[in-house]
Design a binder for this molecule. Structure first.
Ligand code: TXA
Ligand code: MG
Length: 350
């Protein structure tokens, strides 16, 4: 067990002494959890195999699931990647700093453990002052997966990190809730046209505006569960309670959830319902815990509260969660991808 410390940091103008303290932990080979604009990351020196090994241990992460390297400046890409296509410049201009991870051929100085033995490396420059200052002060690149135990929903606030990682990480930099709430889009630049390996906060439509052609994730059984990123074959975003995702037309979804909820409650079970502002009043008296993700027409709001809401149902000790589906366009593609994974195959077509 490590002695975990946590420190509150102003996300706009972090106290440099706190960042220096975190940077010295990184330099000594330790682990620091830090906020990004998407989710909290669990960072270690990305050029030191012994440090990176600690990330896998702390998360219980399978060794064949590669990590993303986080950089403080676009120039750092040339330190770790090679054969960089010219389109990468355009993507960096438009999306960095921001939630886009570029997968490129890896240079030999990056330890194999970071890329899980692959010949490629994922790189991104996060859009968060705490993260960027920490990377710069550490004088290295930070390997950082989401700071949750493997398989759990990603942490979007420091107390989520503490719940999963207490005693496993040296320091948690608490920069408040993250802005976006869904992870970066992972884009494979070694294919032409590039392919989305994991849908995320940069949408397919936004990428097409810059690149023209972009391929979507390779799907399994025609579903949009991207299976191309090595990590996507493992279960993710799972709660310790079953979640059913109900898809279909909005009113059919509501009726089906009302029916399912009644069945569960007749058998003495407490029911959680995950809904949207437009339909939440239709469940009054139907569920024990009813939570809206925000307006159905505001995907950014829905994405930003998704993991927090999933974790909330666990703390309320409901026996089952019934979740309304969402439109799969734009950012909704990433939201539905996460909901499907949280449901682990429990999908009902209303
Ligand atoms: O927003 C994010 O990306 C957050 C923050 C902390 O930056 N990080 C994050 O890391 O979500 P993680 O490790 O939880 O997810 C990384 C995903 C995994 O699905 C992994 O398989 C994929 O990216 N990935 C990483 N390197 C890859 C590579 N070289 N080739 C293909 N997929 C890769
Ligand atoms: Mg993760």
């Amino acid at each position: 067990m490590k002695e975990t410390k946590t420190v509150k940091v102003d996300p706009n103008s972090p106290d440099i002494r706190d960042i220096e303290r975190a940077a010295s932990i990184i330099k000594e080979g330790g682990l620091v959890a830090f906020p990004t604009e998407t989710v909290y990351g669990l960072g270690a020196d990305g050029l030191r195999a012994d440090s990176v090994e600690k990330i896998f241990q702390a998360k219980g992460r399978p060794q064949d699931n590669p990590l993303i390297l986080h950089v403080a400046s676009p120039d750092d890409v040339f330190r770790v990647a090679k054969e960089i296509p010219t389109t990468v410049d355009e993507l960096i201009q438009v999306f960095w700093p921001g939630p886009l991870t570029l997968v490129l051929p890896k240079q030999p100085n990056v330890p194999d453990i970071v890329s899980a033995g692959l010949s490629t490396i994922g790189v991104r420059m996060p859009d968060n002052t705490i993260a960027l200052t920490l990377i710069a002060r550490s004088g290295t690149l930070l390997a950082a997966p989401s700071a949750n135990l493997s398989g759990r929903p990603s942490p979007t606030q420091a107390d989520h990190v503490a719940a999963d990682m207490w005693g496993k990480v040296d320091l948690i930099l608490d920069g408040g809730p993250t802005r976006l709430g869904v992870e970066s889009t992972v884009l494979d630049m070694t294919e032409n046209p590039p392919r989305i390996l994991r849908p995320g906060s940069v949408t397919l439509e936004e990428l097409k505006d810059v690149l023209g052609q972009v391929n979507g994730p390779i799907s399994r059984n025609g579903s949009s569960l991207g299976m191309a990123a090595p990590g996507m074959k493992y279960s993710h975003y799972a709660l310790d309670i079953p979640l059913f995702l109900v898809q279909g037309e909005p009113m059919a979804i509501v009726r089906r959830i009302q029916e399912e909820a009644e069945k569960y409650r007749m058998s003495g079970k407490n029911v959680g319902i995950m809904t949207y502002d437009e339909s939440k009043d239709l469940y009054l008296g139907c569920g024990d815990v009813i939570r809206s993700l925000g307006s159905r027409y505001d995907p950014a709001q829905v994405a930003s509260g998704l993991y927090r809401t999933l974790r909330h149902f666990e703390t309320c000790k409901v026996h089952v969660v019934l979740a309304e589906g969402f439109s799969e366009t734009g950012l909704g593609f990433a939201v539905v991808n996460r909901l499907k994974q949280a449901a682990r195959g429990r999908i009902i077509y209303a």
